[in-house]
Design a protein around this ligand. Structure first.
Ligand SMILES: [Zn+2]
Length: 277
């Protein structure tokens, strides 16, 4: 992932500046054949790092970017980030709003508005027929979504957390747009696959960092069965209580948050008889 920042400080949404606690991520695509970030993202004169951003993004000479006031309140919109092409043709993500500011990206539906809950990004569409471009922006979107989920402790596979605009419409929290289902299926992809890819990447990253944790007895039985008898024993003795009051169906703590190293040490101690009465 290549993450840059060019806040849309003149956008009416940025100026409204409503706060939000992110509880999900909504994926959009622009619906227009223009893969260039400069179509949407530009710094305004005097903005921090103006020259550097123009050099990276390229100059939009048409004045139709989103870093400006729009007179018609019905046409005002904004997202937290765009994914598309830089001036040199490489793919990047540009943050355009603070993550904890509400974006005006999905309007609303009968059940409310994803604007109040979801961080939103647009993938710049091309003509929807180029698998090379698609693969590169898809990969960037997976990495970016994983980054956001990690930042806010979100589970990408949990219901309603990572959704596209069309799925938001189905859930009654967005206007009836078709993105990204106008594009992903044409390239053999789906939002279910996207969510799984985000989850897999997060798991991979955790393992690389040695940060993988085991949170429940059932997970330990499945993925580290060698430690299960020790952990069950310690839970039943109320020596292991987890990080919260949450319990699983068997009454074990559901928030154990044990690293593999912790499991090893507990098992070694158990073998040495430290937990025998
Ligand atoms: Zn959309």
């Amino acid at each position: 992932m290549k993450l840059m920042k060019c806040l849309l400080i003149e956008n009416d949404c940025y100026k409204a500046g409503a706060g939000m606690k992110p509880r999900g991520v909504m994926v959009h695509s622009t619906g227009v054949n223009n893969p260039n970030l400069r179509r949407y993202v530009q710094p305004v004169a005097g903005q921090e790092n103006y020259d550097g951003l123009i050099a990276a993004l390229g100059k939009n000479s048409n004045g139709n970017h989103w870093n400006r006031h729009i007179d018609d309140p019905n046409k005002r919109k904004c997202v937290h980030a765009f994914i598309g092409k830089l001036a040199d043709g490489s793919i990047a993500t540009v943050q355009t709003l603070p993550w904890e500011m509400q974006a005006w990206h999905c309007y609303y539906g009968p059940n409310g508005s994803g604007n109040a809950t979801h961080i939103a990004f647009e993938i710049c569409e091309d003509n929807l027929d180029d698998p090379v471009y698609f693969r590169s922006v898809y990969k960037e979107a997976v990495e970016f979504t994983a980054y956001l989920c990690k930042l806010y402790g979100l589970d990408p596979l949990a219901d309603g957390v990572v959704i596209c605009h069309k799925e938001g419409a189905r859930r009654g929290i967005a206007s009836t747009h078709s993105d990204v289902e106008n594009w992903f299926p044409r390239m053999g992809c789906s939002m279910d696959g996207f969510r799984q890819d985000v989850k897999d990447l997060m798991t991979e990253q955790k393992e690389e960092e040695g940060m993988k944790t085991y949170d429940t007895v059932s997970q330990i039985r499945a993925e580290a069965s060698w430690a299960a008898p020790t952990i069950e024993k310690l839970c039943m003795a109320n020596a292991l209580r987890g990080g919260s009051e949450a319990k699983d169906a068997e009454g074990y703590p559901a928030d154990l948050h044990l690293s593999e190293d912790a499991l090893r040490i507990l098992v070694i101690n158990d073998r040495m008889g430290l937990y025998s009465k």
